[in-house]
Design a protein around this ligand. Structure first.
Ligand code: DC
Length: 229
């Protein structure tokens, strides 16, 4: 029988991490965890309870309420992946708005928020057979992961992808705002004090600005196959 491993996928926003992660999870029958969804769900909670907005962050208020935030994933057979639940409510759609994207980096920079989510993520990976994507998976959550990927792509390509996704959902957004958000999150996520987005020393970098998803997936599967053999 093949060995079960941990696949850690990190990289900038909208580099196609989740697309690759979902395909890998399906092919190898692994659990897929989108850790960005967890930071987004905490941000949604903070927004709904007036702990965060464009010009304010009540870190103390949010931290006092961390114990009231319960996050879980439930697999949706029709979609083929797990959806995010916040305090038993499906928030999969709500967490993907541009508004949440504009506030999430502020919330994700809070060390005690990270501590809570990293602890939950480590538990999810304790039996291996998992593919997890985020910003600090190969560096902080699973430094021992057998396979670490680091995805990059030009800001313009990423914003174009994200813009299309938001339009397809029916959200009214401008390309300019989406591009600004992609670049601003890159800056905030890579310069924060706690667990900044950096490539782990032993991560393999993929620049998919001009590489199709199939070619990329084939190359990554070859790496997985070598590792689990
Ligand atoms: O993957 P995403 O774009 O949905 O993530 C949303 C934000 O969450 C991202 O801008 C930074 C934060 N994040 C993080 O700090 N650490 C992770 N492991 C995953 C996401």
């Amino acid at each position: 029988m093949n060995k079960k491993i941990i696949i850690a996928i990190d990289g900038f926003s909208s580099t196609g991490k989740s697309t690759i992660a979902k395909l890998l999870a399906e092919k190898y029958n692994y659990i897929y965890v989108d850790t960005g969804a967890m930071y987004r769900a905490v941000t949604l909670y903070a927004m709904n309870n007036n702990f965060v907005s464009k010009n304010h962050l009540d870190e103390k208020g949010l931290l006092l309420n961390l114990k009231n935030i319960s996050l879980s994933f439930k697999f949706n057979k029709d979609l083929g992946y797990a959806e995010m639940f916040l305090n038993r409510k499906n928030v999969e759609k709500e967490i993907r708005t541009l508004e949440v994207s504009q506030l999430v980096s502020k919330v994700a920079a809070i060390s005690d928020v990270r501590k809570k989510l990293v602890a939950e993520q480590k538990i999810m990976g304790k039996d291996k057979g998992i593919v997890m994507d985020g910003r600090d998976i190969g560096t902080v959550v699973f430094p021992e992961a057998e396979l670490k990927l680091f995805m990059i792509a030009s800001a313009d390509k990423r914003a174009t992808r994200r813009y299309k996704e938001l339009l397809d959902r029916g959200d009214k957004v401008s390309f300019k705002d989406v591009l600004f958000n992609v670049e601003e999150r890159d800056r905030l996520d890579s310069t924060r004090k706690d667990s900044p987005l950096i490539k782990a020393d032993n991560a393999i970098e993929f620049d998919n600005s001009d590489m199709g998803i199939e070619e990329q997936f084939d190359r990554i599967c070859a790496l997985v196959d070598r590792e689990i053999a």
